[in-house]
Design a protein around this ligand. Structure first.
Ligand SMILES: Nc1ncnc2c1ncn2[C@@H]1O[C@H](COP(=O)(O)OP(=O)(O)OP(=O)(O)O)[C@@H](O)[C@H]1O
Ligand SMILES: [Mg+2]
Length: 364
């Protein structure tokens, strides 16, 4: 089922008892299509959990509407909404076996024993815990406990699955493994999901679309590729991945090309990228992994190239990171592959550049 938030706002009175209140969610409108996995991504305190809790019905919005499957559920209690939530703390019952934890909701609904066994068996198979059905939670690893929580959430066949940072208690390796499993299971079941995280890699790996939140508002909504390649502002560009920001001036347009002056160099970009934007000032977003270093400076018309000097060099095997000084002031972050492009040393004079096609202008 689809989920729709329409102009949802939620304020909290500040806990210190001051008159002022915190706007946790500020006029948020968003549609999650049936079967879609959408992630709310943003820094601590930007309103992700509050938005999720409003969908679940644990918080009431001050204004705005929540619509699930075409029905206005704004005034409906949580247990009538047919959503299920998976938390960071697994919230599984310590005194029940794995099987009984997953069976819990089905027993409340008084399903026949045979049906319970069939459903729980299928869920445990899905999350890879068939062998552990008789164990108690204290005999499970963190990742296995999180699988129990997931199985328990989906066994009741909710219309909407809500996740609040479910993997943040797991170590890095397990987190990566679990995020692809969550994605596999979500896609397999085709279940509409809203996932909250402040981990950008997790959001990129999991989502059909990402919603970037900042101070209660939506900063951008788009596919992982949209968000990464064409961030709408500096906040998004900095929050997702790393970015160089190069000041630029629009000096002219001809045909399909816009001509920019960047640190004394002329570069041409697709005119559509600056069309319709008031361009009193332009910053170019250049991702560090699109920048390359050369020892020689032979011209290449597709590249914007500058003379630079390596100021910091960090070799990490599969990649090397550099800070390269350009123009005496600007430091460019560079991430390159030593296998492909070699290794450069501190204080080395280099030619540094990036394909003109990859720059993304922010106009303000
Ligand atoms: N029950 C509450 N009472 C008062 N203020 C609250 C309450 N719940 C949340 N807030 C405030 O609302 C804002 C948003 O909180 P929220 O928990 O939604 O953030 P979040 O994006 O989930 O952050 P995190 O990544 O740290 O979990 C914060 O400023 C928070 O302090
Ligand atoms: Mg939160």
């Amino acid at each position: 089922m689809s989920v729709e938030l329409i102009n949802v706002t939620k304020r909290f009175r500040s806990p210190e008892g001051e008159v002022s209140s915190v706007v946790a969610v500020d006029n948020v409108s968003l549609v999650i299509e049936e079967g879609e996995m959408v992630t709310l991504l943003g820094p601590s305190g930007c309103g992700k959990t509050t938005t999720l809790r409003i969908v679940a019905g644990f918080e009431m919005p001050d204004s705005g509407k929540v619509v699930i499957g075409g029905h206005d559920v704004t005034d409906m209690p949580p247990n009538k909404r047919n959503t299920a939530m998976v938390f960071q703390s697994y919230a599984i019952f310590p005194h029940l076996t794995v099987f009984e934890n997953v069976a819990f909701g089905l027993r409340i609904r008084k399903l026949p024993q045979a049906e319970i066994e069939e459903k729980v068996g299928r869920m445990l198979g899905l999350v890879g815990l068939t062998e552990m059905a008789r164990r108690s939670p204290d005999q499970l690893s963190g990742g296995q406990q999180q699988r129990v929580a997931l199985a328990r959430a989906i066994v009741n066949e909710p219309d909407v699955l809500l996740f609040d940072e479910p993997l943040s208690n797991l170590d890095a390796k397990l987190r990566e493994q679990m995020r692809s499993e969550i994605r596999r299971i979500q896609q397999g079941l085709g279940i509409t999901s809203l996932y909250v995280t402040h981990d950008q890699a997790e959001a990129m790996a999991l989502s059909d679309r990402i919603v970037i939140m900042n101070e209660g508002r939506i900063a951008q909504v788009g596919s992982p590729k949209d968000i990464y390649d064409t961030p709408t502002d500096r906040f998004v560009a900095e929050f997702v991945g790393r970015a160089n920001f190069l000041p630029a001036k629009l000096t002219g347009c001809s045909g399909d090309l816009a001509t920019l002056d960047v640190m004394g160099r002329t570069i041409n970009i697709d005119r559509a990228k600056v069309a319709g934007k008031p361009a009193s000032s332009i910053e170019l977003v250049v991702r560090p992994e699109t920048v390359r270093l050369w020892r020689s400076s032979e011209a290449d018309p597709s590249m914007a190239r500058f003379a630079g000097k390596v100021r910091r060099a960090l070799y990490m095997g599969s990649v090397a990171e550099y800070d390269v000084e350009v123009d005496g002031t600007m430091l460019l972050s560079v991430v390159t592959s030593p296998a492909e492009h070699g290794i450069f040393g501190i204080d080395e004079e280099v030619s540094v550049g990036f394909p003109m096609a990859v720059v993304h202008p922010l106009c303000s």
